[in-house]
Design a protein. Structure first.
Length: 116
């Protein structure tokens, strides 16, 4: 009879441990609300071109330093370089861009550098 209770006690402990550890996976986790896509509203005409016009055209305008950044086609052709120059803060040489301006350029380039 003692063996019966010993085996029963072991089963009881086994099921108790399984039950308690299975509760660990049922713990409700805090949900993280994702921010809306910050890049969704970034367009070339409204967001990027004004940044280029205000900060780059003085040096990279017609007849200025290469590359010329006066039209969409010229800007789009150098989009990757523009992104790396502003992210590293090497450009513009005269002055600096805000983090929002840098983020807008990065979003535009990463999104395909479309003429939108």
């Amino acid at each position: 009879m003692k063996n019966y209770f010993k085996i029963r006690k072991e089963y009881f402990l086994f099921f108790l441990v399984i039950s308690l550890t299975s509760c660990l996976t049922n713990v409700e986790e805090d949900t993280i609300e994702l921010e809306p896509n910050a890049c969704a509203d970034i367009t070339f005409a409204i967001s990027v071109k004004p940044i280029i016009d205000a900060n780059c055209i003085q040096c990279h305008g017609s007849g200025g330093t290469f590359p010329e950044l006066t039209t969409y086609t010229l800007i789009q052709a150098k989009a990757g370089s523009i992104k790396s120059e502003v992210v590293s803060r090497e450009m513009p040489i005269e002055g600096s861009l805000t983090q929002d301006e840098i983020d807008a350029i990065v979003c535009w380039v990463d999104g395909g550098a479309f003429n939108n």
